[in-house]
Write a protein that binds this ligand. Structure first.
Ligand code: GDP
Length: 357
Protein backbone atom coordinates (compact mmCIF):
# COMPACT_ATOMS: atom_id res chain seq x y z
CA UNK A 1 0.00 0.00 0.00
CA UNK A 2 2.81 2.37 0.97
CA UNK A 3 4.50 1.76 -2.40
CA UNK A 4 1.36 2.70 -4.34
CA UNK A 5 1.06 6.00 -2.44
CA UNK A 6 4.66 6.85 -3.19
CA UNK A 7 4.26 6.05 -6.87
CA UNK A 8 1.11 8.11 -7.22
CA UNK A 9 2.91 11.08 -5.68
CA UNK A 10 5.60 10.66 -8.33
CA UNK A 11 3.20 10.76 -11.27
CA UNK A 12 4.75 11.86 -14.53
CA UNK A 13 3.44 14.88 -16.34
CA UNK A 14 1.08 13.24 -18.82
CA UNK A 15 1.59 13.88 -22.53
CA UNK A 16 -1.50 15.19 -24.31
CA UNK A 17 -1.40 15.23 -28.07
CA UNK A 18 -3.56 17.84 -29.81
CA UNK A 19 -4.81 16.74 -33.22
CA UNK A 20 -7.34 17.89 -35.75
CA UNK A 21 -8.03 19.30 -39.18
CA UNK A 22 -6.25 22.52 -40.15
CA UNK A 23 -8.13 25.64 -38.99
CA UNK A 24 -10.35 23.73 -36.59
CA UNK A 25 -8.72 25.63 -33.73
CA UNK A 26 -5.86 23.60 -32.22
CA UNK A 27 -3.55 26.58 -31.79
CA UNK A 28 -6.33 28.87 -30.56
CA UNK A 29 -7.32 26.29 -27.95
CA UNK A 30 -3.74 25.98 -26.70
CA UNK A 31 -3.38 29.76 -26.74
CA UNK A 32 -6.43 30.07 -24.54
CA UNK A 33 -5.02 27.53 -22.10
CA UNK A 34 -1.49 28.92 -21.87
CA UNK A 35 -2.46 32.59 -22.24
CA UNK A 36 -0.37 33.18 -25.37
CA UNK A 37 -1.02 34.19 -28.96
CA UNK A 38 0.98 31.70 -30.96
CA UNK A 39 -1.70 31.90 -33.69
CA UNK A 40 -0.48 35.43 -34.47
CA UNK A 41 3.14 34.50 -34.93
CA UNK A 42 2.55 31.13 -36.50
CA UNK A 43 2.27 32.30 -40.11
CA UNK A 44 5.48 30.63 -41.26
CA UNK A 45 7.78 27.89 -40.31
CA UNK A 46 6.78 26.77 -36.82
CA UNK A 47 3.48 25.21 -37.93
CA UNK A 48 5.59 22.61 -39.68
CA UNK A 49 7.13 21.30 -36.52
CA UNK A 50 5.80 19.45 -33.55
CA UNK A 51 5.49 21.82 -30.61
CA UNK A 52 5.43 21.08 -26.89
CA UNK A 53 4.12 23.22 -24.05
CA UNK A 54 4.11 22.39 -20.38
CA UNK A 55 1.02 23.74 -18.65
CA UNK A 56 1.53 23.57 -14.87
CA UNK A 57 -1.25 22.59 -12.49
CA UNK A 58 -1.51 26.16 -11.12
CA UNK A 59 -2.46 27.44 -14.59
CA UNK A 60 -5.06 24.69 -14.93
CA UNK A 61 -6.44 25.44 -11.45
CA UNK A 62 -6.79 29.13 -12.21
CA UNK A 63 -8.61 28.41 -15.50
CA UNK A 64 -10.87 25.84 -13.87
CA UNK A 65 -12.02 28.18 -11.10
CA UNK A 66 -13.19 25.68 -8.55
CA UNK A 67 -14.47 22.93 -10.89
CA UNK A 68 -11.30 20.88 -10.49
CA UNK A 69 -11.58 18.03 -7.95
CA UNK A 70 -9.24 18.29 -4.95
CA UNK A 71 -7.43 14.98 -5.48
CA UNK A 72 -5.37 15.96 -8.51
CA UNK A 73 -1.78 14.77 -8.29
CA UNK A 74 -0.47 15.19 -11.83
CA UNK A 75 2.03 18.06 -11.87
CA UNK A 76 0.49 19.54 -15.00
CA UNK A 77 -0.03 18.57 -18.63
CA UNK A 78 2.49 18.50 -21.47
CA UNK A 79 0.67 19.41 -24.67
CA UNK A 80 2.13 18.25 -27.96
CA UNK A 81 0.87 20.27 -30.88
CA UNK A 82 1.12 18.41 -34.16
CA UNK A 83 1.27 20.08 -37.56
CA UNK A 84 -2.04 20.35 -39.31
CA UNK A 85 -1.04 19.99 -42.90
CA UNK A 86 -1.73 16.83 -44.88
CA UNK A 87 1.94 16.35 -45.76
CA UNK A 88 2.84 15.87 -42.12
CA UNK A 89 0.94 12.65 -41.50
CA UNK A 90 4.13 10.88 -40.54
CA UNK A 91 5.05 13.50 -38.00
CA UNK A 92 1.56 13.41 -36.64
CA UNK A 93 1.54 9.66 -36.22
CA UNK A 94 4.77 10.05 -34.30
CA UNK A 95 3.02 12.57 -32.04
CA UNK A 96 0.13 10.15 -31.60
CA UNK A 97 2.50 7.35 -30.69
CA UNK A 98 4.15 9.15 -27.85
CA UNK A 99 1.11 10.54 -26.12
CA UNK A 100 -0.75 9.26 -23.05
CA UNK A 101 -3.96 10.95 -24.15
CA UNK A 102 -5.14 12.99 -27.12
CA UNK A 103 -7.55 15.83 -27.78
CA UNK A 104 -9.08 15.72 -31.22
CA UNK A 105 -10.30 19.22 -32.09
CA UNK A 106 -13.30 19.32 -34.44
CA UNK A 107 -14.93 22.52 -35.68
CA UNK A 108 -18.55 21.95 -34.70
CA UNK A 109 -19.77 23.93 -37.73
CA UNK A 110 -17.39 22.37 -40.27
CA UNK A 111 -17.68 18.81 -38.92
CA UNK A 112 -15.52 15.84 -39.97
CA UNK A 113 -12.76 16.64 -42.49
CA UNK A 114 -9.94 14.55 -44.03
CA UNK A 115 -7.46 15.21 -41.22
CA UNK A 116 -10.13 14.36 -38.64
CA UNK A 117 -10.40 10.91 -40.24
CA UNK A 118 -6.65 10.60 -40.40
CA UNK A 119 -6.27 11.49 -36.72
CA UNK A 120 -8.92 8.94 -35.71
CA UNK A 121 -7.16 6.20 -37.68
CA UNK A 122 -3.89 7.02 -35.91
CA UNK A 123 -5.55 7.09 -32.48
CA UNK A 124 -7.19 3.76 -33.17
CA UNK A 125 -3.98 2.22 -34.46
CA UNK A 126 -2.00 3.31 -31.40
CA UNK A 127 -4.92 2.66 -29.00
CA UNK A 128 -4.47 6.16 -27.56
CA UNK A 129 -7.34 7.23 -25.29
CA UNK A 130 -8.80 10.54 -26.43
CA UNK A 131 -11.53 13.11 -26.05
CA UNK A 132 -13.12 15.40 -28.61
CA UNK A 133 -13.06 19.18 -28.24
CA UNK A 134 -16.07 20.30 -30.28
CA UNK A 135 -14.81 23.81 -30.99
CA UNK A 136 -16.37 27.10 -32.14
CA UNK A 137 -19.67 26.70 -30.27
CA UNK A 138 -19.87 30.52 -30.34
CA UNK A 139 -20.60 30.21 -34.08
CA UNK A 140 -23.86 28.36 -33.50
CA UNK A 141 -26.52 30.84 -34.64
CA UNK A 142 -28.03 32.67 -31.65
CA UNK A 143 -25.25 31.64 -29.22
CA UNK A 144 -25.04 33.92 -26.18
CA UNK A 145 -21.41 34.39 -25.24
CA UNK A 146 -20.40 34.07 -21.57
CA UNK A 147 -16.62 34.50 -21.72
CA UNK A 148 -14.58 31.80 -19.93
CA UNK A 149 -17.69 30.14 -18.43
CA UNK A 150 -17.73 26.40 -17.94
CA UNK A 151 -19.74 24.67 -20.65
CA UNK A 152 -22.47 23.53 -18.28
CA UNK A 153 -23.00 27.09 -17.03
CA UNK A 154 -23.03 28.76 -20.44
CA UNK A 155 -25.27 26.00 -21.83
CA UNK A 156 -27.86 26.68 -19.11
CA UNK A 157 -28.11 30.29 -20.23
CA UNK A 158 -28.80 29.49 -23.92
CA UNK A 159 -32.30 29.61 -25.45
CA UNK A 160 -33.88 26.21 -26.20
CA UNK A 161 -33.40 26.42 -29.97
CA UNK A 162 -29.66 27.04 -29.46
CA UNK A 163 -29.42 24.16 -26.98
CA UNK A 164 -31.10 21.88 -29.54
CA UNK A 165 -28.86 23.09 -32.37
CA UNK A 166 -25.77 22.30 -30.28
CA UNK A 167 -27.06 18.87 -29.27
CA UNK A 168 -27.91 18.00 -32.87
CA UNK A 169 -24.34 18.75 -33.87
CA UNK A 170 -23.04 16.63 -31.00
CA UNK A 171 -25.28 13.73 -32.09
CA UNK A 172 -23.93 14.14 -35.57
CA UNK A 173 -20.33 13.91 -34.32
CA UNK A 174 -21.23 10.89 -32.17
CA UNK A 175 -22.80 9.24 -35.24
CA UNK A 176 -19.64 9.78 -37.29
CA UNK A 177 -17.50 8.38 -34.46
CA UNK A 178 -19.63 5.25 -34.25
CA UNK A 179 -18.60 4.47 -37.84
CA UNK A 180 -15.08 4.04 -36.41
CA UNK A 181 -16.38 1.77 -33.68
CA UNK A 182 -16.25 4.44 -30.97
CA UNK A 183 -19.17 5.16 -28.71
CA UNK A 184 -19.27 8.88 -27.85
CA UNK A 185 -21.47 11.36 -26.01
CA UNK A 186 -21.48 14.83 -24.53
CA UNK A 187 -19.02 14.60 -21.67
CA UNK A 188 -21.45 15.59 -18.92
CA UNK A 189 -23.70 12.66 -19.81
CA UNK A 190 -20.96 10.05 -19.47
CA UNK A 191 -20.40 7.83 -16.47
CA UNK A 192 -17.51 5.73 -17.69
CA UNK A 193 -14.91 7.53 -19.78
CA UNK A 194 -13.03 4.30 -20.45
CA UNK A 195 -15.95 3.05 -22.57
CA UNK A 196 -17.37 6.22 -24.05
CA UNK A 197 -15.47 9.03 -25.74
CA UNK A 198 -16.23 12.40 -24.13
CA UNK A 199 -17.23 15.26 -26.42
CA UNK A 200 -16.52 18.59 -24.71
CA UNK A 201 -18.13 21.60 -26.42
CA UNK A 202 -15.75 24.59 -26.29
CA UNK A 203 -15.01 27.92 -27.84
CA UNK A 204 -11.30 28.62 -28.15
CA UNK A 205 -12.25 32.21 -28.93
CA UNK A 206 -14.45 33.00 -25.91
CA UNK A 207 -12.92 30.46 -23.52
CA UNK A 208 -16.29 28.81 -22.87
CA UNK A 209 -15.89 25.12 -22.07
CA UNK A 210 -12.12 25.38 -21.49
CA UNK A 211 -12.55 24.65 -17.73
CA UNK A 212 -14.55 21.51 -18.58
CA UNK A 213 -11.98 20.38 -21.14
CA UNK A 214 -9.12 20.71 -18.65
CA UNK A 215 -11.10 19.07 -15.88
CA UNK A 216 -11.86 16.03 -18.05
CA UNK A 217 -8.27 15.83 -19.31
CA UNK A 218 -6.67 16.07 -15.89
CA UNK A 219 -9.12 13.53 -14.41
CA UNK A 220 -8.60 11.06 -17.24
CA UNK A 221 -4.85 11.53 -17.36
CA UNK A 222 -4.57 10.85 -13.67
CA UNK A 223 -6.71 7.73 -13.93
CA UNK A 224 -4.67 6.32 -16.82
CA UNK A 225 -1.33 7.19 -15.21
CA UNK A 226 -2.25 5.59 -11.91
CA UNK A 227 -3.07 2.39 -13.77
CA UNK A 228 -0.05 2.47 -16.03
CA UNK A 229 2.97 2.92 -13.83
CA UNK A 230 5.46 1.53 -16.32
CA UNK A 231 6.94 4.96 -16.91
CA UNK A 232 8.47 7.02 -14.10
CA UNK A 233 10.02 10.32 -13.17
CA UNK A 234 13.20 8.60 -11.99
CA UNK A 235 15.75 6.30 -13.63
CA UNK A 236 17.68 6.81 -16.85
CA UNK A 237 15.78 9.08 -19.23
CA UNK A 238 14.17 7.93 -22.46
CA UNK A 239 12.85 10.32 -25.08
CA UNK A 240 12.17 11.09 -28.69
CA UNK A 241 13.99 13.57 -30.90
CA UNK A 242 11.43 15.93 -32.45
CA UNK A 243 13.79 18.13 -34.34
CA UNK A 244 17.47 18.77 -35.02
CA UNK A 245 18.28 22.47 -35.20
CA UNK A 246 21.22 24.74 -35.84
CA UNK A 247 20.80 27.85 -33.75
CA UNK A 248 22.91 30.96 -34.01
CA UNK A 249 25.45 30.92 -31.18
CA UNK A 250 24.29 27.57 -29.81
CA UNK A 251 25.48 25.25 -32.58
CA UNK A 252 23.47 22.10 -33.18
CA UNK A 253 20.80 21.19 -30.68
CA UNK A 254 17.92 18.74 -30.50
CA UNK A 255 14.36 19.45 -29.38
CA UNK A 256 13.22 16.37 -27.50
CA UNK A 257 10.39 14.99 -25.44
CA UNK A 258 11.58 13.05 -22.41
CA UNK A 259 8.73 10.67 -21.64
CA UNK A 260 10.33 8.38 -19.07
CA UNK A 261 12.88 8.90 -16.29
CA UNK A 262 15.25 11.81 -15.95
CA UNK A 263 18.11 13.45 -17.78
CA UNK A 264 20.88 15.60 -16.25
CA UNK A 265 23.66 17.79 -17.59
CA UNK A 266 26.79 15.71 -17.97
CA UNK A 267 24.80 12.54 -18.74
CA UNK A 268 26.00 10.36 -21.58
CA UNK A 269 23.24 9.91 -24.14
CA UNK A 270 22.79 7.64 -27.14
CA UNK A 271 20.72 8.94 -30.07
CA UNK A 272 19.87 7.59 -33.50
CA UNK A 273 22.14 9.12 -36.17
CA UNK A 274 21.90 9.08 -39.95
CA UNK A 275 24.43 6.24 -40.24
CA UNK A 276 25.17 5.05 -36.74
CA UNK A 277 24.27 5.79 -33.13
CA UNK A 278 25.65 9.02 -31.72
CA UNK A 279 27.15 8.86 -28.24
CA UNK A 280 27.60 12.26 -26.65
CA UNK A 281 27.47 14.16 -23.35
CA UNK A 282 24.71 16.59 -22.42
CA UNK A 283 26.31 20.06 -22.28
CA UNK A 284 23.18 22.00 -21.40
CA UNK A 285 19.45 21.45 -20.92
CA UNK A 286 17.18 24.30 -21.97
CA UNK A 287 13.64 24.01 -20.73
CA UNK A 288 10.91 26.32 -22.00
CA UNK A 289 9.32 28.42 -19.25
CA UNK A 290 5.90 27.09 -18.16
CA UNK A 291 3.17 27.83 -20.72
CA UNK A 292 5.75 28.51 -23.41
CA UNK A 293 6.38 26.67 -26.64
CA UNK A 294 9.49 24.54 -27.17
CA UNK A 295 9.62 25.78 -30.76
CA UNK A 296 9.92 29.42 -29.78
CA UNK A 297 13.48 29.95 -28.74
CA UNK A 298 13.71 33.02 -26.50
CA UNK A 299 12.17 31.84 -23.25
CA UNK A 300 14.30 29.04 -21.87
CA UNK A 301 15.47 28.15 -18.39
CA UNK A 302 18.92 26.57 -18.08
CA UNK A 303 18.35 23.56 -15.84
CA UNK A 304 20.52 20.78 -14.41
CA UNK A 305 17.86 18.10 -14.53
CA UNK A 306 14.58 17.36 -16.32
CA UNK A 307 12.05 14.71 -15.33
CA UNK A 308 9.36 13.08 -17.45
CA UNK A 309 7.41 14.18 -19.20
CA UNK A 310 8.96 17.33 -20.55
CA UNK A 311 9.96 19.07 -23.72
CA UNK A 312 13.61 20.06 -23.56
CA UNK A 313 16.26 21.40 -25.90
CA UNK A 314 19.54 19.52 -25.50
CA UNK A 315 22.92 20.98 -26.38
CA UNK A 316 25.77 18.54 -27.00
CA UNK A 317 28.50 17.96 -29.56
CA UNK A 318 28.04 15.77 -32.67
CA UNK A 319 24.32 16.47 -32.97
CA UNK A 320 24.55 17.52 -36.62
CA UNK A 321 23.90 13.94 -37.76
CA UNK A 322 21.11 13.24 -35.23
CA UNK A 323 17.84 12.04 -36.74
CA UNK A 324 14.44 13.49 -35.97
CA UNK A 325 12.09 10.71 -34.88
CA UNK A 326 14.80 8.59 -33.30
CA UNK A 327 15.03 7.54 -29.70
CA UNK A 328 17.25 9.14 -27.12
CA UNK A 329 18.49 7.15 -24.16
CA UNK A 330 20.48 8.16 -21.13
CA UNK A 331 23.31 5.71 -20.45
CA UNK A 332 24.09 5.24 -16.79
CA UNK A 333 26.77 2.90 -15.35
CA UNK A 334 27.37 -0.15 -17.51
CA UNK A 335 24.49 0.48 -19.92
CA UNK A 336 26.30 2.04 -22.85
CA UNK A 337 27.09 -0.99 -25.04
CA UNK A 338 23.58 -2.42 -24.76
CA UNK A 339 22.03 0.96 -25.63
CA UNK A 340 24.29 1.42 -28.65
CA UNK A 341 23.20 -2.01 -29.92
CA UNK A 342 19.57 -1.14 -29.33
CA UNK A 343 19.78 2.17 -31.20
CA UNK A 344 21.77 0.45 -33.97
CA UNK A 345 18.97 -2.00 -34.58
CA UNK A 346 16.45 0.87 -34.56
CA UNK A 347 18.46 2.60 -37.29
CA UNK A 348 18.54 -0.65 -39.30
CA UNK A 349 14.76 -1.05 -38.95
CA UNK A 350 14.23 2.57 -40.05
CA UNK A 351 16.46 1.96 -43.10
CA UNK A 352 14.41 -1.10 -44.10
CA UNK A 353 11.15 0.89 -43.81
CA UNK A 354 12.63 3.77 -45.86
CA UNK A 355 13.88 1.35 -48.56
CA UNK A 356 10.48 -0.30 -48.80
CA UNK A 357 8.59 2.99 -49.26
P1 GDP B 1 -5.45 25.34 -36.24
O1 GDP B 1 -5.01 25.34 -37.68
O2 GDP B 1 -6.24 24.11 -35.93
O3 GDP B 1 -4.35 25.58 -35.28
O4 GDP B 1 -6.52 26.53 -36.10
P2 GDP B 1 -6.35 28.00 -35.50
O5 GDP B 1 -6.26 27.97 -34.05
O6 GDP B 1 -5.24 28.67 -36.25
O7 GDP B 1 -7.77 28.64 -35.86
C1 GDP B 1 -8.18 28.80 -37.21
C2 GDP B 1 -9.13 29.98 -37.29
O8 GDP B 1 -10.33 29.72 -36.56
C3 GDP B 1 -8.55 31.28 -36.73
O9 GDP B 1 -8.98 32.35 -37.55
C4 GDP B 1 -9.18 31.37 -35.36
O10 GDP B 1 -9.32 32.71 -34.90
C5 GDP B 1 -10.55 30.74 -35.60
N1 GDP B 1 -11.09 30.11 -34.39
C6 GDP B 1 -10.47 29.21 -33.62
N2 GDP B 1 -11.26 28.84 -32.60
C7 GDP B 1 -12.41 29.54 -32.72
C8 GDP B 1 -13.63 29.60 -31.97
O11 GDP B 1 -13.82 28.93 -30.94
N3 GDP B 1 -14.61 30.44 -32.42
C9 GDP B 1 -14.46 31.18 -33.55
N4 GDP B 1 -15.47 31.96 -33.91
N5 GDP B 1 -13.32 31.15 -34.28
C10 GDP B 1 -12.31 30.35 -33.88
Amino acid sequence: MATVTRQIKDLRTPIICVMGHVDHGKTSMLDKIRGTTVTDIEAGEITQHIGATEVPLYTIESLCKGVLPGNIEVPGLLFIDTPGHHAFTTLRSRGGALSDLAVLVIDIIDGFQPQTDEALKILKQYKTPFIIAANKIDRIPGWRVNPSFSFTKTFESQPDNVKNALDNRIYDLAGKLSAYGFSADRYDRIRDFTRTIGIVPISARTGEGIPDLLMVLVGLAQKFLEKNLKLHVTGPGVGTVLEVKEDKGLGYSIDTIIYDGEIRTGDTIVIGGKEKPIVTKVRALLKPMPNRELRIVEKFDHVDRVTASAGVKILASDLDKAMAGSHLRVAREGMLNALIKEIESEIERAKIVTDET
